[in-house]
Design a binder for this molecule. Structure first.
Ligand SMILES: [Zn+2]
Ligand SMILES: [Zn+2]
Length: 211
């Protein structure tokens, strides 16, 4: 299993390339950049490691996670996947949100929408889609065998903002409590911003999980 984290832009958004070592099939999670130089870094890594991108996946519809969808799709031919509740944010509302985030790019529309329980397979790797709303209505986490990509739902030492349209503090707390902190302590957390953590570490020290 290959997991490579890149951090781009003024929001320090994490973009991940996850790949199957045996088959070289891979996914790109949250290509949030709007600059070609940043895209080149991701594409360079993909090329160096001989990976073939099967899917581009957005953990949610905010532009700092989706602005590079167009560049990535053009370069790899891979389809864009996002939860059904956030799909509209790629096109209709995208211009407004792009302006809020100060990014130029908008995204092509989703090629396929995701729901809770969907399984994303690339090579021998399977990720289960967990619908974790609260930061946005269609926020997802992607659960692997001993790790989880949490988007802007759970961060190291914090949680996602809930003051954007579609956000809800009750919902994000419910998502985290019912779908994330129930995972084993040793599971790695790959968040949408900030450093990598573990479920155990967040249970111990995340101030939002001490109540
Ligand atoms: Zn966000
Ligand atoms: Zn974000």
């Amino acid at each position: 299993m290959i997991i490579k984290m890149f951090t781009f832009g003024m929001y320090f958004t994490n973009c991940y390339v996850a790949g199957c070592e045996e088959t070289k099939e891979a996914i790109v999670i949250d290509p949030g950049f709007d600059r070609d130089a940043e895209a080149e870094k991701v594409l360079g890594f993909i090329k160096q490691n001989d990976l073939r991108v099967k899917y581009i996946i957005n953990t949610h519809g905010h532009s700092d996670h989706t602005a590079g969808n167009g560049i990535m799709k053009k370069a790899t031919g891979a389809p864009i996947l996002i939860h059904e509740n956030d799909a509209v944010m790629l096109t209709g509302v995208a211009r407004t949100m792009s302006r809020i985030f100060g990014l130029r790019a908008t995204s092509p529309q989703a090629d396929k929408t995701l729901r809770n329980g969907d399984v994303i397979q690339f090579g021998r790797v399977k990720l289960v889609v967990l619908h974790t709303p609260g930061h946005s209505e269609g926020g997802i986490s992607l659960l692997g065998e001993d790790f989880v990509f949490t988007g802007d739902t759970l961060f190291a030492g914090s949680i996602g903002r809930t003051d954007f349209p579609g956000g809800s503090f009750e919902e994000i707390m419910s998502s985290i409590k019912t779908k994330l902190v129930i995972l084993p302590d040793h599971f790695k957390v790959y968040p949408g911003h900030g450093p990598v953590s573990t479920i155990g570490e967040e249970k111990r020290s995340n101030p939002f999980l001490q109540m």
